[in-house]
Structures are given as structure tokens and as C-alpha cells.
Design a protein around this ligand. Sequence first.
Ligand SMILES: [Zn+2]
Length: 183
Amino acid sequence: MKFTHLKTFKIEEILPRLKSHKQDSKGDKSLTVKVKGTTYKVLINGTKLRAFRRSRKCASCGIEGNLFILDRQEGHKRVRIRNQFHPNVHINLYCHNPEKGQNYILMTQDHIIPKCYGGRRGDHNLQTMCIQCNHEKKNIVTTDDIKKLCSTKEGRKILKESRIRREKKRLKQLVVTHDLEKE
Ligand SMILES: [Zn+2]
């Protein structure tokens, strides 16, 4: 994916505006930003931003997103603007520390229990990961992931409702060693 950076924000400019899953139905779910005479209206209640609301640190390598950027995704031939929403314009989170050699590393959302195993879209099944760790993770569920879910009531519910128990024996890529039966 190729992005054009339209406007950079400090973390505190965006973070307080992000909404949780429960808050989704209430209040304004959009952010309006003016850049060089163009007004962009973007949604701020998607799963990605909900993951960033909970944590800006990559769950795997620990690098932390420190910039929000209004990005335009390139490659769309023709984009229709509906109700002032630009479907190809999004708020992205980046880790940018040039002194450490970290240059605009895109942060992404990860479903702890992948959707293909029945992992739900609730906030407790979301974690932040840098793009590289997310690529490496694929559909692997680690012991740490399971432990993380087991530490909260909502997480245990997500685990229970997923198909992890049933599929862990069948699927080799599922690295689950934590004893699920005890949970
Ligand atoms: Zn990472």
C-alpha cells in the first residue's frame, strides 16, 4: 500500500477522540481535517484505531507509535466522495524515530485470535503490531497471546467463543502450548 502523508498530528491531538467498541454508537464518529483548502472527513471508530486506543506499542517487538498521520491511499482509479467522507483517506499510526533508524514504520491492528478461527471484533481481541511483526505473525496464536486473553474476563469470553480449542490439534501453525482446558 502506498500512502501520501497529508497531515501529521501529535498523539494527544487524536487519542482522546478515539472511541471504544461500546462507545461506537454514541457521539460523533468522524474527524474533519482541512488540508490546503480541502476538507477531509474520516471515520475514527474502526478496529484499527480502537486497537491504537488501547495500546500504541507493538505487541511483539515493543516499538511504539508516536505520530498519527492523515494518509491518502494511492492506487484508487476513481474515488467517489459520499457525505464528505473520503474512502481512501485514513488516520494511520507510525513509529518515527529517525535517530534510532525507525522511519515511518506503519503500525497495524492484529486480531489476537484470527478471524478465521472465530476471533471476534471486540476490543479485547485487538492488539497493535508494527507492520513487520504482523507480516511475520500471520495466523499464529502464541502462548503469550492466550495468556493475555486469559488475563481478562472479556478475553476469556473471546477465547471460549473462538474455535481455538477445536482447531489447535489439527492446525500445525497454531502454536498453542498453554493448557486451554484449564481456563
Ligand atoms: Zn513489531
